[in-house]
Design a protein around this ligand. Structure first.
Ligand SMILES: O=C(O)CC[C@@H]1NC(=O)NC1=O
Ligand SMILES: [Fe+3]
Length: 401
């Protein structure tokens, strides 16, 4: 039985082309068997679609469904108490020295069963879906041992079976040293991280590989070992780079054909040039910038000048970005990083898809997946202008509402 649906009488934001909204006023979209078949002015609708079951859009805005391309959505426990500590004078570093920070989440995640992790992740995932998200990237990185890293990735895969959403998984064993590790960072990567990556890959749990290139985490030369193994396994790479300082992470990522460099607050003009040449996406994460009271914004003007596509994401994680609203991340991208509303919308659709290495979604065009959002507004800027307001009317996933 062919599943057909015609949306008619809305303002379409196709995002076709390298710039602009690709607006089609009074437009129509024909969906069939989970794919977009036709997009255009309703006046030009071919007769063959005229009798398809129709939904009147009544002038509402239609965009591609949203994509959150950088999250740490699966984890155990909460760090709300640390939030309170920080606001009563204890520094981030002091909390880490006391065994808090990532280590606290690692302990809670190791103690959590698969069912616990699913139960704790679902409300966060549901919050994203309620705002029109159709795809979420989820990283490991709170296990830092093989069993827990694989359990995190299995949970991420399971979430895509429990909800109408696509999940892309990223192995982030190179996130931090495990609590209590007495060896070197290179020994952790060799003896724990890489065997876990190979085991996760063998189980089909990994879509990409990531690392945290920072003074408090791993150096570019240490991470080169992880990226070399990822490439040997045929996996794409991406990198948390230049977040709190300049460590040369972008150069490493560019040398390994990375899909993206993420955070990039301390990226330079030369980094932007390298990213453009390597065809990388800059994934901007304003939630962490905001929560850490960061003052160094990413070099948006340099990314624009060199044609580096910019994506936006929540970086949903319990420490530096306990944010599960991609709409708020859009507003932060505009307000904190001075992105235009068009750049913000591209950042959570077509550029986010590119940051995940995907070409089957992120725009309204024939042949792409029928993942769309219908909004109770008629102007695209409303999506990043409002703060704490969700104008979603209908989320269409694979052609179904
Ligand atoms: O604090 C946490 O739990 C994660 C921090 C998070 N991880 C990373 O690589 N950068 C971050 O901001
Ligand atoms: Fe992150």
């Amino acid at each position: 039985m062919t599943d057909r649906r015609l949306l008619r009488g809305g303002t379409l934001v196709t995002l076709d082309g390298a710039a602009g909204y690709g607006l089609i006023p009074a437009g129509a979209v024909a969906l069939e068997d989970g794919m977009i078949r036709w997009v255009g002015p309703e006046a030009d609708l071919p007769d063959s679609y005229a009798n398809w079951p129709a939904t009147a859009l009544e002038g509402r805005l239609v965009t591609p469904a949203l994509i959150d391309c950088h999250t740490h959505l699966v984890y155990g426990g909460s760090r709300a108490a640390e939030f309170e500590l920080r606001l009563t004078g204890t520094s981030y570093e002091e909390i880490a020295r006391q065994g808090g920070g990532i280590a606290a989440t690692v302990r809670a995640t190791r103690e959590a069963s698969e069912a616990d992790l699913i139960a704790q992740a679902l409300p966060r995932l549901d919050a994203m879906l309620s705002e029109g998200v159709s795809m979420v990237e989820i990283k490991s990185g709170y296990g830092l041992d093989q069993d827990t890293e694989l359990r995190m990735l299995r949970v991420a895969r399971r979430l895509g079976q429990l909800r109408p959403v696509r999940i892309r998984t990223t192995f982030l064993g190179a996130h931090a040293l495990p609590p209590g590790w007495t060896g070197t960072r290179a020994e952790y990567l060799r003896d724990i991280c890489l065997p876990a990556l190979r085991a996760a890959h063998a189980e089909g749990l990994v879509d990409a590989v990531d690392g945290f290139c920072e003074g408090i985490a791993f150096s570019a030369s240490e991470l080169a070992v992880v990226f070399a193994e990822a490439r040997r396994l045929g996996l794409p790479v991406k990198l948390h780079a230049e977040q709190l300082s300049h460590q040369g992470g972008i150069a490493l990522a560019a040398d390994h054909g990375a899909l993206s460099a993420d955070h990039v607050e301390y990226a330079t003009e030369d980094d932007a040039r390298r990213m453009a040449k390597a065809g990388m996406v800059a994934v901007l994460l304003p939630g962490a910038f905001y929560a850490l009271h960061e003052t160094q914004a990413p070099p948006v003007a340099a990314f624009r000048a060199h044609g580096v596509p910019m994506a936006l994401s929540t970086d949903a994680n319990p420490g530096t970005s306990p944010l599960t609203s991609l709409l708020l991340a859009m507003n932060m991208g505009c307000t904190l990083f001075r992105l235009t509303p068009e750049e913000a919308l591209r950042g959570v659709t077509t550029h986010a898809a590119r940051a995940l290495g995907l070409t089957d979604t992120g725009r309204l065009a024939p042949g792409l997946r029928a993942d769309l959002c219908i909004w109770n507004t008629d102007h695209p800027a409303e999506l990043s202008y409002r703060i704490g307001f969700n104008p979603l009317h209908t989320r269409i996933f694979g052609g179904s509402a």
